[in-house]
Write a protein of this length. Structure first.
Length: 403
């Protein structure tokens, strides 16, 4: 009897190979849809006409892409003998993945806060002074008001706007200074005359250059800038500035910025104030220390002072509104408005109301214009100003003062 070899153990079936390429291929349409959906939501978060148009264009683009892929799937699926059915199914799946990815990408933007965030630029009050060489018509103002602005999303000073450097030919001189930065390695300056006191239609004078020497160590909160022989600009369209102005300017500007005011800072609540108004040459009865209300800016400086009864002009109550936005200093111009509420025309009235007696009940007369501050302190918390020839703005509908 012949010995037989032992039986071989049963061979297990070969494991089925996992096919990964369909799953990997599915990531392509899914990723395309997610990216386009994200772009739709991002453009919408930008806001404005441009953002809305961009978002709408991309949304239509996603819908058009899905439609094209579906049409391709239908055309491929119509091939004879069913040879395109598999490709058609893949096309339908791809179209669905694009749509799903688009919805997911759009929804992810608000969930993960991926939308547009405008750059944060901080602001701060400042003082600025200028020295001009050889300009006799210039009256400098020490510590004139200015504003400092930071670089985007940073705390280094990028721009200093000097709002009241002094008076040149009786007009307020200002300056706009840009400190050196990564995108602008050289500093620049524009010195110009504020146009409010110039004759109507005048071309304001301006001197500007980027050939300056800037000394602003650290974050630029304190510094100085020296400029030499900066020429007077002559605009090709508007022509030369009106009036007699220096052809060149040379000098130095220095500035000191205060602490940054946070972008989210809220102004202090309004508080009670007191004000006294004296008028000359008219039938005027003043209310000493009349009650008023002070509104504030985010840096705690006074923005507006309003009093609903500061006295009586020819027997009619007078209200006052004084605008102090921007932390003005001594010598700066601010907005003043006086209003008279006429409950009933008076037969015995005289100048300056005589010409306005035709005003009916409920109408008011207003005088408004720029006036110059003589004294100011505590961020507008106290001060004094005088004025003359405040322009009459005519009559208009107006509520009467509170009793």
């Amino acid at each position: 009897m012949t010995d037989l070899p032992p039986a071989s153990p049963p061979v297990p079936p070969a494991p089925r190979r996992r096919i990964l390429w369909p799953w990997l291929a599915a990531l392509v349409p899914l990723g395309v849809g997610a990216y386009l959906g994200y772009q739709v939501a991002y453009q919408a978060s930008v806001g404005g006409f441009g953002g809305s148009m961009g978002a709408a264009f991309l949304a239509y683009g996603i819908a058009g892409l899905v439609l094209i892929v579906v049409l391709l799937g239908i055309l491929v699926g119509l091939r004879p003998a069913g040879r395109g059915r598999s490709a058609g199914r893949y096309a339908f799946v791809a179209a669905g993945l694009i749509a799903v990815g688009g919805v997911g990408g759009y929804a992810a933007v608000p969930v993960f806060d991926l939308g547009y965030h405008p750059p944060v630029v901080l602001g701060a009050r400042a003082e600025a002074s200028i020295t001009l060489e050889g300009v006799e018509a210039f009256e400098p103002r020490a510590g004139g008001r200015a504003d400092c602005w930071s670089v985007a999303d940073g705390t280094d000073v990028h721009e200093v706007v000097a709002l009241s450097l002094g008076e040149l030919n009786g007009n307020v001189l200002r300056a706009d200074i840009f400190l050196p930065a990564a995108e602008m390695p050289r500093g620049s300056i524009s010195v110009f005359v504020e146009a409010s006191r110039l004759p109507e239609g005048s071309v304001p004078p301006m001197w500007d250059t980027d050939d300056v020497r800037v000394d602003a160590p650290g974050d630029g909160a304190m510094g100085s800038l020296t400029f030499d022989a900066v020429p007077l600009r002559v605009d090709s369209e508007m022509g030369a500035p009106t009036g007699s102005w220096p052809t060149v300017l040379s000098g130095e500007i220095s500035w000191t910025c205060r602490a940054w005011v946070a972008d989210s800072a809220t102004p202090p609540p309004a508080s009670a104030g007191r004000i006294t108004l004296d008028l000359n040459g008219v039938a005027w009865s003043s209310t000493a220390n009349a009650a008023g209300t002070c509104d504030y800016e985010a840096d705690s400086s006074v923005a507006n002072l309003v009093s609903e009864r500061v006295g009586e002009l020819q027997g009619a109550p007078v209200t006052l509104s004084l605008g102090l936005l921007g932390d003005p200093r001594q010598g700066d111009d601010v907005d003043l408005m006086l209003s008279v509420h006429i409950a009933e025309p008076s037969q015995g009235s005289s100048v300056p109301l005589a010409a306005l007696l035709a005003a009916t009940s409920g109408r008011g007369i207003q005088w408004a214009g720029l006036v110059t501050i003589e004294q100011i302190a505590d961020g507008g918390g106290s001060g004094r100003l005088t004025f003359s020839d405040l322009p009459n703005q005519g009559t208009r509908m107006q509520r009467g003062p509170r009793p």
